[in-house]
Design a protein around this ligand. Structure first.
Ligand code: NDP
Length: 345
């Protein structure tokens, strides 16, 4: 079976490509430019014609994926801008929404052999900020970011713009589904991961070029002093998380599990605080060889503290029932991420 993967050169995308190839799928990796496919080509050269690259220069253009979807059995649509650093929110919203809707329309018109389309959404489309801790499941929608977007005032900060792009893109998916479900022979699965951590295998020239979630991890775990993070910040800030390898497996299972069809599914390993990762990092023996000693923060002050409050908690019954994933632990992911940073010098 052949799968089209968009955003294939990104942190999550390349793990999805690798997981699919390892499990015997053929993969067509979609990237924006020829040179963005070089690293993928090299990494998966051993798979011969089971791995190919397709260049889709502008995913916001109508019909952008028309050629790319021809002859594939499934699609993993992962491409979407992930940055909080934009002035105009539509720099994120336009590619997020048009890229997603465009992919669905290309499949509708030209994906004659497609059976399933998996869309990488986010818990950004689920959560809302609140002074009190909240628990979320797949019935929750982030209307808050859309209200702030409509207001356009000072509350419209970077991560709210990102949340709006993911919420609007996912809303567009379900709108498309409602309008077309009667006339299509394929179905849709949406995955909603929170923070994604884990070792990187995409093309990262330097730590500053990491994707946002591993960049933050690097900043707060490997360099918390220079990042200006206080012990209180490290002990209290966190959310939900999942290891990128487990998320990649979920993307593969989303193609295979009948029960996943027409559902949004939160993929979350559990709660965390930055201090939890620091404690795990400092428990590694022998210690990783990094350019500077690891900071310790305030050991035990994260989730291990019985008084710890988790503002965002996710119910994961649906993922458990459909996928039954065994998630990496904070200790395992920390060890693998530090080994990754160690190997990169
Ligand atoms: P990366 O930044 O590493 O990857 C993003 C991918 O999307 C890249 O391949 C990038 O291509 C592509 N992309 C971005 N903007 C555009 C655009 N305008 N046109 C075409 N392609 C574009 O991020 P991640 O791998 O972390 O994110 C992948 C997906 O996972 C996104 O949909 C994101 O919202 C979602 N997600 C990520 C989480 C995380 O913690 N990392 C959490 C929850 C969801 P290029 O290299 O050419 O820019």
């Amino acid at each position: 079976r052949k799968v089209l993967v968009s955003g294939a050169n990104g942190f999550i995308g390349i793990w999805v490509v690798r997981t699919l190839l390892e499990q015997g799928y053929s993969v067509r990796s979609a990237v924006r430019a020829e040179e963005k496919g070089q690293h993928l080509k090299k990494m998966f050269g051993g798979y011969g014609d089971k791995h190919e690259i397709v260049v889709v220069p502008d995913i916001t253009k109508e019909g952008a994926f028309d050629e790319a979807v021809k002859g594939v059995d499934a699609v993993e649509h992962i491409a979407s801008p992930v940055t909080f650093n934009v002035e105009d929110p539509y720099e994120l919203i336009t590619p997020a929404v048009n890229g997603t809707v465009g992919m669905l329309h290309s499949v509708l018109k030209h994906g004659t052999s497609v059976q399933r389309v998996v869309i990488t959404s986010s818990t950004a489309a689920v959560v809302r900020d609140d002074p009190n801790p909240l628990e979320f499941d797949e019935n929750n929608w982030n209307e808050q970011c859309l209200e702030i977007l409509a207001e356009g005032g000072p509350r419209l900060i970077g991560h709210i713009k990102y949340r709006a792009s993911k919420t609007l893109a996912e809303k567009a998916v379900w709108k498309f589904w409602e309008e077309n479900r009667g006339k299509i022979t394929w179905d849709i699965v949406v995955l909603n991961p929170p923070y994604v951590f884990g070792p990187t295998i995409h093309d990262v020239a330097s730590p500053s070029a990491l994707n946002i979630s591993t960049l933050e991890w690097h900043k707060f775990i490997v360099h918390p002093t220079s990042s200006g993070a206080t012990n209180e910040f490290l002990a209290t800030r966190g959310g939900g998380w999942v290891d990128v390898r487990d998320l990649a497996e979920a993307h593969m299972l989303a193609l295979e599990k009948e029960a996943a069809g027409s559902k949004r599914i939160i993929i979350n390993a559990g709660v965390w605080k930055w201090q939890d990762f620091l404690d795990a990092a400092n428990a590694i023996s022998p210690p990783p060889k990094l350019s500077q000693p690891l900071p310790v923060g305030n050991p035990g002050a994260g989730s291990a503290d019985p008084a710890a409050i988790h503002m965002l908690v996710f119910k994961t019954d649906r993922a458990r029932d459909i996928f039954g994933l065994k998630y990496h632990t904070i200790a395992e992911t920390t060890e693998d991420m530090l080994a990754d940073f160690e190997s990169r010098g």
